[in-house]
Design a binder for this molecule. Structure first.
Ligand SMILES: O=C(CO)COP(=O)(O)O
Length: 165
């Protein structure tokens, strides 16, 4: 149905779905597989729940991504949206070191899969967040924004930042 409506990207595993509807990595994997089977690109949300130890967060996110991607054909293009739950709706985004540490852990997936894989960050993104988080390291491909996306001026700034940078 979504494909018939012209959708190309579909979010799976967002923290609000996990919280409100009890979705987990198993149901997210099943949804991601179904999205890919219908020739759309799954935008797979992963992220630790609370702010804390960074190594534990990276372990958690790596395991989530592995569990979910195991269900998606190797050749299917995917987007992984690193969306730490504690940053969604917060005042400030995660910092550069935090995000890059997580993305460095996920980066080997680019070689491990034949299909294209892109990494996004989500959580309190505003104009400037992408530039601050990407910071010269090549792991971050884009941002996933909720509140700023509702403000057309901010959204335009973010889009320009991604396309001009
Ligand atoms: O939902 C989000 C990431 O999961 C982000 O929400 P905000 O951009 O409003 O913080």
């Amino acid at each position: 149905m979504l494909a018939e409506l012209g959708c190309t990207f579909v979010i799976a595993g967002h923290s609000e779905r996990r919280k409100a509807f009890g979705e987990d990595d198993a149901s997210t994997a099943s949804k991601a597989a179904s999205i890919a089977a219908n020739a759309m690109v799954p935008v797979i949300c992963v992220g630790e729940t609370g702010y804390g130890d960074l190594t534990m967060a990276a372990d958690h996110v790596e395991a989530q991504a592995a569990r979910i991607l195991a269900a998606v054909p190797d050749t299917a293009p995917v987007v992984i949206a690193y969306t730490p739950v504690w940053a969604a709706g917060a005042a400030d985004a995660a910092n550069h070191d935090h995000v890059q540490t997580i993305l460095r852990r996920l980066a080997p997936l680019r070689q491990a899969r034949r299909g294209a894989i892109r990494f996004m960050y989500g959580g309190a993104c505003r104009p400037g967040t992408f530039t601050a988080l990407a910071g010269g390291e090549g792991h971050l491909d884009g941002v996933f924004t909720a509140r700023s996306g509702l403000d057309v001026t901010q959204l335009a700034c973010i889009a320009a930042e991604l396309t001009d940078g």
